[in-house]
Design a protein around this ligand. Structure first.
Ligand SMILES: [Zn+2]
Length: 95
């Protein structure tokens, strides 16, 4: 599989950028017609979680669903990432 360069969420095309670190930024300010999404590179649970998290933001999921923390101090979306990871979901194009 080729690396994902763009993806359309909710009718809005995002440029997808893989980065080593995210500082809490999803939509970069700038031209309102050019949307950019940052996801963690790598093939681990954190990278999967960042893709799920940003994807949910991309579709306009409610802030509470995405950004609230569970009683362990982890984002609620972490449980979804962990579930998919346990089911075996991994990147197939990552060396
Ligand atoms: Zn977020």
């Amino acid at each position: 599989m080729k690396p994902v360069r763009t993806h359309t969420f909710n009718g809005r095309k995002y440029k997808i950028e893989s980065v080593e670190r995210i500082n809490g930024v999803t939509d970069l300010p700038g031209d309102p017609k050019n949307f950019e999404m940052l996801v963690l590179e790598g093939n681990d649970l954190r990278a999967l979680h960042s893709a799920i998290h940003e994807g949910l933001e991309g579709i306009g999921c409610c802030d509470k669903c995405i950004h609230e923390y569970n009683d362990k101090g982890l984002p609620k979306t972490w449980d979804v990432a962990k579930f998919l990871w346990r089911l075996g979901y991994r990147k197939s194009n990552y060396a």
